[in-house]
Ligand binder design. Structure first.
Ligand code: COA
Length: 264
């Protein structure tokens, strides 16, 4: 277990799996500048660490994340526009670091994931939500906009749902988030850990390089220009076939044994 007071990383159950917990339960894991910086560095560090194969993002206390810390954001009015641009830039860098983390990121979401909390769910690859969890982009009700999270949320729920969510500022339960594509499984509270572990176990079966490349394909393939899409995807599978990992995966299947992914 490691981490500061507002974020902790637990690798005790399986050292290949980093379980990252937002840990400011008294403000429902709302993130301020300190937590944003920790989240950014943690995502970047986990991305570089070859011993980590899967990352779980979760929250301590009664809810996953109540979004940006409104006391901190309100306090930013005392600073000029340039300072606010820098500060918002750090927030954007945090979401980008999680979006680009080259490993499966599994969201374990309970209670509420509002505003930036919905943004954090959107940068996870697989989201398992506890029944009754509330999602939503509540920013307009605070006179704000879901700005830096918008690319990630729209990519997950699509323009139609995003327009409804952004403009109503409403709170939608986990089943609605499931319908919209933000969430992948909804389970009762007592099954949350087991459901997350099942997703983690599935991800651990994939080759690490194949997972990283598949993640990029999933995020970019549909928006590649048509002139490039065939070249990019043909190159991708050609390289994977001749890679040591691809060779090992296919050999292991044919030999009816578990593949050895070259764990460091
Ligand atoms: N920023 C700062 N503090 C927050 C916060 C936020 N985003 N969300 C909650 N808190 C604080 C509350 O002010 C309260 O502080 P207090 O104990 O000093 O009064 C504490 O966290 C507990 O909040 P409470 O509303 O009593 O908890 P709850 O468990 O009943 O409800 C939420 C949890 C997340 C549903 C609710 O706090 C909420 O709706 N928060 C705002 C979410 C939001 O709109 N975020 C978008 C930000 S852009």
């Amino acid at each position: 277990m490691s981490g500061s007071s507002s974020l902790r990383v637990d690798r005790s159950a399986d050292s290949r799996v980093a379980r990252v917990f937002l840990n400011r339960p008294s403000v429902r894991n709302a993130f301020d500048d300190g937590l944003i910086e920790l989240l950014t560095h943690t995502a970047q560090g986990l991305g570089r660490d070859p011993s980590i194969r899967v990352v779980v993002l979760a929250g301590d206390g009664p809810v996953f994340c109540a979004g940006a810390d409104l006391n901190w954001m309100k306090g930013m009015a005392a600073y000029g526009l340039d300072e606010n641009r820098r500060d918002a830039g750090a927030l954007g860098a945090m979401f980008e670091a999680w979006q680009l983390l080259p490993k499966p990121v599994v969201g374990k979401v309970h209670g509420a994931a509002l505003g930036g909390g919905t943004g954090l769910a959107a940068v996870c690859d697989v989201v398992v939500a506890q029944e009754g969890t509330l999602f939503g982009t509540t920013e307009v009700r605070l006179g704000l906009v879901p700005a830096v999270i918008s690319p990630y949320v729209v990519a997950k729920i699509g323009q139609s749902n995003a327009r409804a969510w952004f403009l109503t500022g409403g709170r939608y339960d986990a089943l609605e988030a499931l319908r919209c594509g933000l969430v992948h499984r909804v389970v009762p509270a007592e099954q949350l850990d087991r459901a997350v572990d099942e997703v983690v176990a599935a991800c651990l079966e994939g080759g690490p390089e194949a997972l990283a490349e598949s993640k990029v394909l999933a995020m970019t393939a549909a928006s590649l220009p048509s002139a490039e899409v065939r070249a990019v995807t043909v190159e991708s599978i050609a390289r994977r076939r001749v890679s040591a990992e691809g060779q090992e995966g296919m050999r292991a299947f044919l030999e009816r044994r578990a593949p050895q992914w070259g764990n460091p």
